[in-house]
Design a protein around this ligand. Structure first.
Ligand code: GDD
Length: 415
């Protein structure tokens, strides 16, 4: 347990509509942080993890989406979890550190001893309490959650070198072109409020450099940050890289699951990871049934209480069915996310796919992906209100909203 003078504020960076473009067509309907994984909005998972931190006083979501897009969710989650959650809107993108800094006065009003900072588009078990304990023992201004990944995939992330004994962050490079390390930044941090001074220092250096540029003609003074607005500060390149090796930043390695959620394919994979986590954290959310009164369930499945599923359907593993969906007799669902108000008619099959809001899938149809979550057409995605007629087969395809498919398609993007 934490000590009584501790006050923890959590901040989740949710980005805005110009981010998350790889999440289309699903982000055409809903801000990416509110897209459901395992039946709960993506941002709900880090929020629930923060809820369990002792001495948590406030959760802020910082982004540049319109306020109204988050208003309903923020009020219902505050009520449900009995913890104050507020959405703070930036007028424009300030970068991951600049966004945090914009609201330093709000955050400091809570007199936090520590700030837990999370990217909203990562999926993990958020071992925040253990991280907080480690952070206090290190005595630095920040602790970064890190994980070992394959050498081939490391370049998509911030790669870092840490001291194996002290865990100090010795070297940090964001998405390097040549391999540095298979230890990467998970986008989950604990900071002391001194992080605000570190960000302020970057602003100051930027100003000084801009002044120098004005009086000097040396090309060498044109820094890489020239193209960035002065108030745009990135946590990784602008804060972690320069502070590495100065006994200010430390690392905490997770051996549990971790993924980044940039694409619909990865959202399907992460939905499955969160469903399996429910076995330990929220078993009441997992469906059961043996085909007598309720559908046959295999593996981890979430079914919203308002969804209607025929007892002769067979569902799972890794299936998540949202509100008011109707699943007909003899339907087979494997590894898929079925969104609100979808209707799937008799004997249809859906595998490795995401079926968008209000879509319908006709009798004996088949909507399927091959299940490569990283490939562009590795799963099938139907946007909102797509109508797949009876006996039509849709394989490894992306269908934009409001289309009717009356012929079978394979490996196509239907605009
Ligand atoms: N509010 C706000 N304002 N949020 C932002 C902004 C901004 O201007 N820019 C980015 N974010 C949010 C994103 O929504 C995301 O949650 C997080 O900040 C990081 O986004 P990016 O800066 O685009 O970085 P990334 O996701 O490509 O990579 C970062 O995360 C990886 C882990 O998922 C880096 O820190 C990598 O090193 C790291 O491995």
């Amino acid at each position: 347990m934490g000590s009584s003078q501790e006050r923890i504020v959590a901040v989740i960076m949710v980005g805005g509509p110009t981010k998350g473009t790889r999440f289309r067509p699903l982000s055409l309907n809903v801000p990416k942080p509110l897209f459901p994984l395992a039946g709960q909005p993506m941002v709900h998972h880090p929020i629930s993890a923060c809820r369990n931190i002792p001495n948590l006083v406030q959760i802020y979501l910082i982004g540049f989406y319109e306020e109204r897009e988050f208003a309903l969710y923020v009020s219902s989650i505050s009520h449900e979890l009995r913890v104050p959650v507020r959405y703070l809107r930036e007028d424009k993108p300030h970068g991951s550190a600049g966004g945090l800094y914009s609201f330093r006065d709000h955050i400091m009003e809570e007199s936090p001893s520590h700030i837990v900072l999370l990217n909203c588009d990562v999926c993990c078990s958020f071992p925040l309490e253990a991280m907080l304990g480690a952070h206090k023992s290190y005595g630095g201004i920040g602790t970064v959650l890190v994980i070992k990944v394959s050498a081939e995939s490391a370049s998509q992330f911030g790669e870092l070198v840490a001291d194996p004994e002290t865990k100090e962050l010795l070297h940090y490079t964001e998405k390097p072109e040549t391999f540095v390390s298979d230890l990467i930044n998970c986008g989950v941090y604990i900071f002391t409020p001194e992080i605000f001074s570190a960000i302020e220092d970057v602003f100051k250096q930027r100003k000084e450099r801009a002044n120098l540029r004005r009086i000097s003609s040396f090309e060498a003074l044109l820094s890489a940050t020239k193209a960035l607005p002065a108030d745009f500060v990135r946590l990784d390149q602008d804060i972690l890289s320069p502070l590495a090796g100065k006994k200010q930043l430390y690392t905490f390695e997770t051996l549990d699951f971790w993924e980044q959620i940039k694409t619909p394919g990865m959202s399907l994979r992460c939905s499955g990871l969160y469903l399996s986590q429910y076995r330990h954290t929220s078993p009441q959310l997992l469906a059961s049934g043996d085909g007598t009164k309720k559908a046959t369930i295999t593996g981890d499945v979430y079914i919203h209480p308002s969804a209607k599923v025929h007892p002769s359907a067979k569902i799972g593993p890794n299936v998540s069915i949202s509100a008011n969906a109707r699943i007909g007799a003899g339907v087979r669902l494997i590894s898929c996310i079925i969104l609100d108000n979808v209707e799937i008619m008799e004997n249809a099959v859906v595998i490795h796919s995401i079926v968008g809001w209000k879509s319908t899938i006709g009798k004996w149809s088949r909507v399927q992906g091959e299940g490569d979550y990283n490939a562009k057409l590795g799963i099938t995605i139907l946007g909102e209100a797509v109508d797949v007629e009876d006996e039509v087969v849709v394989i490894n395809s992306v269908v934009l909203p409001n289309k009717t498919l009356n012929v079978s398609v394979q490996e196509e993007i239907i605009l």
